[in-house]
Design a protein around this ligand. Sequence first.
Ligand code: CMP
Length: 143
Amino acid sequence: MNDKTLAIIKPDAVNDKKAGEIITMISQAGFKIKAMRLVKLTKESAEGFYEIHKGKAFFEELIDYMTSGPCIPIALEKENAVEDYRKLIGATDPAKAAEGTIRKLFARNIQFNAVHGSDSDENAKKEISYFFSGKELLEIYPG
Ligand code: CMP
C-alpha cells in the first residue's frame, strides 16, 4: 500500500528547538510514526540522499546545511501519506507556503526550510530504506 512517506526535521529546525512542535503537528495531522531517529549525516550520506540534486547550483550548500548538525528522519504512515504530508509542510520556499504549514511557521528560506518530505510513493520507499533497515524496516513494511 502506498501509505508511507519520509519526513526529515532538518538541522535548522532541530537547532531552533522546533523538533517537538513539528512532531506534534505531524501527529495531530493523523500521521503515525513508524520509526524515528536522531542522526548527524556525513557528507557521503547527505550526497547520497540528495543525489538527484547533484550538479544543481545549490547542491554544495545543501550538503553543508544537511551536515551542519543533527537531523531527525521519521518514517510516517497515513492514507495518502506523500500528498497529505506535502500539504502539511507547504511549498519548498516558505515565502510561497500556505499559512499554517510547517514551512510557513518554521522555515527561514528556500534552503533552510525546516523539513523534508518525499515527493512520490516510489521515492518514499527509497528514502525510508536510506535511513531504516533490518527489523525497523520490516516493521514499516511488514511482509
Ligand atoms: P528538500 O525538500 O529537502 O529538497 C531539496 C532541498 O534543497 C530543499 O528541500 C531545500 O533545502 C534545498 N533547495 C531547493 N531549492 C533550492 C534553491 N533554489 N536554493 C537553495 N536551496 C534549495
